[in-house]
Write a protein that binds this ligand. Structure first.
Ligand code: SUD
Ligand code: ADP
Length: 294
C-alpha cells in the first residue's frame, strides 16, 4: 500500500420517510441521499499493524481504539493488511450526517484499493459486510446521489442537479436510537415510485417541499434547538427550504445559487459564532474528492 488520502463526505438526507419496522426493530426507510463537499480526511500509510491517530477540531471524545468505525472497517475488509490511519475529524459527531459511517466507508475504499479490489464486486461485498457497522455505511460507500430503501442496504443511483446549501449544527449531539424509539408513527407513505425527473435545482427543491423527514418532529421535540436552527435557516434571505438531515441535529438550507448560500452562511456565522456552519453544492460529482489514491 502506498500512502493514500481519502475524503469522507458528509451524508445529507434530503428526504427521510420512515415506512415501516422490521421484526428485529430496525426501521424501513425511503430516503433521497446526497453527499456534501465537506467531510473528514483520512490518510492511510503502510504499516505492520492497524493503528489510528485522531486530529482535527471535532476529534475530542471520539474513540481512538478498536471502537472507532474507521479501524473496525479496516479490520473487516483489510484481509490482514496493516495501516497507520490518521483521521482528521472535521464533521461533528452524532449529528445526522453520518460522519462515522463516512469514515468507515472511506477507509474501506482505501483498503480495497490497496488490495486491488476497488471494483463493483468488491464494493458490493464490502457494503454487505459493513452494514453491521451502521445502516449508513452502504450509502456512504456509494458516495453519490442515491435513493435508499430497506434499512439502508437497498441503493438506487439517481440523477440530481447539484443543490446550493448551508449546513448547520447547533452543537447538540443527538442519539439516533433515541430518536427512532421516540417516533410516534412508523408506517408513513414512501416517496413516489418512480421518482420524477429533476431538470434543475428549482424543480427539485419544489418537489422536496412535498416530501418529509419523518424523524424531524420527534427530534425537535427532544432537542428544541433543532426547531430554532430550522427557523433561523428558513429566515435567511434566499432560503428555499430548511430541513433536518438524518436523526439530527444538523439541518440544511437550500438556495437558488451558491452566492445566496455563501451570503447566508456568512450572516449566520456572525449571528451564531458557536454553531458549526458549512456551505457547498450538495450532490456535485465534480466536488467529490474520493478516493484520492496514490
Ligand atoms: C437515521 C439515519 C438516516 O440516514 O442517519 P443518521 O441520523 O444516523 O445520520 C440512519 O438510518 C441511521 O444509520 P446509522 O447511524 O448507521 O445507524 P446504526 O448505527 O446502524 O443504528 C443505530 C440504531 O438506530 C436504529 N436504526 C438504525 C437504522 C435503521 N434503519 N433503523 C433503526 O431502527 C437501531 O436502533 C440501531 O441500533
Ligand atoms: N470515526 C468516527 N466518527 C464519528 N463517530 C464515530 C466514529 N467511530 C465511532 N463513532 C461513534 O459513532 C456514533 C455515531 O456517530 P456519527 O456517525 O457521527 O453519527 P451520525 O450518523 O448521527 O452523524 C458516535 O457515538 C461515535 O462515538
Amino acid at each position: 500500500m502506498t500512502p493514500t488520502d481519502v475524503f469522507a463526505p458528509a451524508k445529507i438526507n434530503l428526504t427521510l420517510h420512515i415506512t415501516g419496522q422490521r421484526d428485529d426493530g430496525y426501521h424501513l426507510l425511503d430516503s433521497l441521499v446526497v453527499f456534501a463537499p465537506v467531510g473528514d480526511v483520512l490518510r492511510l500509510v503502510p504499516a505492520a499493524e492497524l493503528s489510528l491517530s485522531l486530529e482535527g477540531p471535532e476529534a475530542a471524545g471520539l474513540p481512538a481504539d478498536g471502537d472507532n468505525l474507521a479501524l473496525r472497517a479496516a479490520a473487516m475488509v483489510g484481509d490482514g493488511q496493516g495501516a497507520a490511519i490518521a483521521l482528521e475529524k472535521l464533521l461533528p459527531v452524532a449529528s445526522g450526517i453520518g460522519g462515522g459511517s463516512a469514515d468507515a466507508a472511506a477507509t474501506a475504499r482505501a483498503m480495497l484499493a490497496a488490495a486491488g479490489a476497488l471494483d463493483e464486486g468488491g464494493l458490493a461485498r464490502a457494503g454487505t459486510a459493513l452494514l453491521a457497522l451502521g445502516a449508513d455505511v452502504p450509502m456512504c460507500l456509494a458516495s453519490r446521489p442515491v435513493r435508499v430503501r430497506g434499512i439502508g442496504e437497498r441503493l438506487e443511483p439517481v440523477n440530481l442537479p447539484p443543490l446550493p446549501a448551508v449546513l448547520v449544527n447547533p452543537r447538540v449531539p443527538v442519539s439516533t436510537p433515541r430518536i427512532f424509539r421516540s417516533l410516534t408513527a412508523r408506517d408513513n407513505p414512501p416517496m413516489p415510485e418512480p421518482l420524477p425527473e429533476f431538470p434543475d435545482a428549482e424543480v427539485l427543491i419544489a418537489w422536496l417541499k412535498d416530501m418529509r423527514n419523518d424523524m424531524e418532529p420527534a427530534a425537535s421535540a427532544l432537542e428544541p434547538m433543532i426547531g430554532v436552527v430550522l427557523g433561523e435557516l428558513a429566515a435567511l434571505p434566499g432560503c428555499r427550504l430548511a430541513r433536518m438531515s438524518g436523526s439530527g441535529a444538523t439541518c440544511f438550507g437550500l438556495f437558488a445559487t451558491m452566492a445566496d448560500a455563501g451570503a447566508a452562511a456568512a450572516a449566520l456565522r456572525v449571528a451564531r459564532p458557536d454553531w458549526w456552519i458549512a456551505e457547498g453544492l450538495l450532490g456535485d460529482q465534480q466536488a467529490r474528492a474520493m478516493p484520492r489514491l496514490g
